[in-house]
Design a protein around this ligand. Structure first.
Ligand code: AHR
Length: 498
């Protein structure tokens, strides 16, 4: 059983938008408190930001970070998190049954973004609040000065406006769990007005409107159509969210890349249908601003005795080798849909369903999924080539799935072609042969593989069981690249192109 791939320099999907390698920090569990922010910790800097975490985030090179939620934002008062810390109120966090101390807020986040080398996507509360508070927030963030909110920002230490460009107008408003959950029409009308006011202050603002919270919710994709019908004039992106779980065995779990692809393709059709309906020249792009694997922590989060406390350990999925395969495959899907997916945020970045974990007293460490994300972000920038794959396959739920999931990114500036490849054959290695057309391969620059005999192997603070292996057995000759992909592995092959 082998996999044959044909790549042609002129058969392209599009330019990969680097914003697909973005992240997400929500006031949830230990993402902020004891995640990115822990004054008094041995690695804390003068602002209380954990340097060990900053270093790992900078390695992941996340162009954007979505903040402050998530479900949290839909009952959040952003004003609670500004001004002198001792005067800030502690509040109940409706979404996660926690106490929000507000010792970290908007101004701290903006400062942190600069250090993390990321740019904010600011989410706005359209659950318990409305257009007026969204406008105040935009005035605080983006207006130059001479008004109540902009002068308050200056008083709080930020002389220059933040010029925040990306705004999420609400979060998952289709979900009955969401504070302020409503109909697509009502949400759409509110988002349109909020967007109009923000854009009045900030003409450069770009808006992400709430799409369906998952492809499995009953109202998908009807919700998306109705929201787009209401917001088409102000929207730039529609949000997609999806979390994958191993609830029907590994073979089925590994089909997540196809499920994500189908969700993307459905929403592209929905966007283009509304475009036609509106006789519009404008195309709406996709922001897959919550995606990941989330199920391992679920039963463990039920300890209600710790509810209504600050920063408790919830949603702390410890990822396995198997999760790294799924994560790697999902990244290929995002790259292969780069013609329409322009933003994507791994949900989330630290401690909460995240590639980076911390311990309160100890250090920061890398989960298994850190690695496919790291390499995709570092080497998955350039033009995505169409992958013509012929591979052995396996049957699952009445459908055949090729063992190989992959993507190929050509970076002309660096003179490099990078092939990402997941071998879904759990039992046997997969011989891979890539035929190159109009691409002159000089040599293999790097062949990295992630695999482990135990698919449930995890990383822990002082024990990294799943880590990349540098291999030397890939070959570039006579217009082909060949490599042996280990059973159940994620791989990256970088090739120097003349
Ligand atoms: O990322 C965790 C939660 O998942 C987010 O708060 C919410 O938007 C989604 O349901």
């Amino acid at each position: 059983m082998s996999a044959k791939v044909r790549l042609n320099r002129h058969e392209t999907i599009g330019e990969v938008d680097k914003r697909i390698y973005s992240g997400f920090i929500e006031h949830l569990g230990r993402a902020v408190y004891s995640g990115i922010f822990q004054p008094g910790h041995a690695s804390a800097d003068e602002d209380g930001f954990r340097r060990d975490v900053l270093e790992l985030i900078r390695m992941l090179d996340m162009p954007l970070t979505r903040y402050p939620g998530g479900n949290f934002v839909s009952a959040y008062r952003w004003e609670d998190g500004i001004g002198p810390v001792e005067k800030r109120p502690a509040r109940l966090d409706y979404a996660w049954k926690a106490i929000e101390p507000n010792t970290f807020g908007l101004d701290e986040f903006m400062k942190w973004c600069r250090k993390a080398k990321t740019e904010p996507i600011m989410a706005v509360n359209l659950g318990t609040r409305g257009a007026s508070e969204a406008m105040d927030l935009a005035e605080y963030c983006n207006f130059k000065g001479g008004t109540y909110w902009s002068d308050l920002r200056k008083q709080n230490g930020a002389e220059a406006p933040y010029n925040i460009r990306y705004w999420c107008l609400g979060n998952e408003m289709d979900g009955p769990w969401q504070a302020g959950h409503t109909t697509a029409r009502a949400y759409g009308a509110l988002a349109r007005e909020a967007g109009k006011l923000i854009r009045g202050i900030s003409p450069e603002a770009e808006f992400i409107v709430c799409g369906s919270s998952s492809a499995e919710i009953k109202t998908f994709p009807e919700w998306d159509r109705e929201v787009l019908e209401e917001t088409y004039e102000i929207a730039d992106f529609i949000a997609l969210h999806r979390y994958f779980a191993n609830d029907r065995g590994t073979a089925e779990f590994l089909t997540a890349p196809e499920k994500m692809a189908s969700q993307i393709e459905t929403i592209v059709c929905t966007c283009d249908y509304v475009k036609a309906l509106k006789r519009s020249a404008k195309t709406i792009d996709l922001s897959f601003d919550e995606w990941n694997i989330w199920f391992r922590s679920k039963g463990k989060d039920k300890n209600s005795s710790s509810e209504w406390t600050v920063g408790r350990d919830i949603l702390e999925d410890i990822y396995t080798m198997e999760d790294a395969l799924v994560c790697g495959g999902l990244l290929c899907t995002l790259q292969n849909h780069c013609d329409r997916v322009k933003i994507a945020c791994l949900a989330q970045t630290v401690n909460v369903i995240a590639p980076i974990m911390t311990s309160r007293e100890g250090g920061a460490w890398k989960q298994t999924i850190f690695y496919p994300f790291l390499y995709a972000s570092r080497y998955g920038r350039g033009v995505a080539l169409k992958m013509n794959i012929e591979s052995g396959s396996y049957e699952c739920g009445g459908r055949n799935y090729p063992y190989l999931v992959g993507s190929a990114i050509l970076n002309e500036d660096r003179g490099e072609l990078t092939v990402f490849a997941v071998n879904r054959n759990l039992e046997a290695p997969l011989p891979l042969k890539v035929t190159l057309e109009n691409l002159n391969a000089e040599k293999i620059l790097e062949f990295v593989s992630l695999h482990h005999a135990d698919l449930l192997a995890e990383n822990r603070e002082h024990e990294e069981k799943v880590r990349p292996e540098i291999r030397t057995d890939a070959v570039a000759e006579n217009g082909t690249v060949s490599a042996m992909l280990p059973a159940a592995s994620w791989n990256m092959i970088r090739v120097k192109i003349l």
